[in-house]
Design a protein around this ligand. Structure first.
Ligand code: DQA
Length: 147
């Protein structure tokens, strides 16, 4: 059975309350429930984890490799724009990562236009709301990262 890690970074535990005009009204719990259900429908185990702490996200990336996770759907939040430590963690593991952003970061402030994660990610999805996570799962279902 394929195992996919759904990883969310800082402030994403506040989905539904946080700037709903940008991030929508669904909660992280809604997202995780939906993803787990989609996984059940396709016989994929979805492991959900969110943290506001850089080191915990890095530990989870290492653990993903050590426990044989097949792919990681990762919204690193603001760490996207400056965390070389997270970038290095991704570069150092074999698991493919698809970077997801709920908002279209390229239409927003200049500091959001740069991702230090993108060069070490398999791909990036931005601006499609929570649908972006589902599309990342679909990509893994179709074998992205196995080629
Ligand atoms: C985000 C975009 C980031 O710039 C921001 O810091 C977030 C969320 C998104 O999902 O659109 O926390 O990653």
């Amino acid at each position: 059975m394929k195992k996919i890690l759904l990883l969310n970074g800082p402030n994403l535990n506040r989905l539904g309350k946080r700037e709903p005009g940008i991030y929508g009204v669904s909660t992280l719990e809604d997202l995780e429930e939906r993803m787990v259900q989609l996984g059940v429908d396709s016989q994929i185990e979805i492991i959900c984890f969110q943290s506001n702490h850089e080191g915990e996200l890095i530990d989870k990336l290492h653990e993903a490799e050590d426990t044989g996770v097949d792919g990681i759907i990762f919204n690193p939040g603001a760490f996207t724009h400056y965390s070389y430590a997270i970038r290095d963690a991704i570069a150092g593991i074999g698991c493919p990562v698809i970077e997801v952003h709920i908002s279209n970061v390229y239409q927003r402030e200049e500091f959001r236009h740069k991702s230090v994660i993108a060069p070490v990610a398999k791909g990036q999805i931005a601006g499609l709301g929570l649908l972006g996570y589902e599309l990342a799962l679909e990509a893994f279902k179709r074998g992205k990262g196995e080629e």
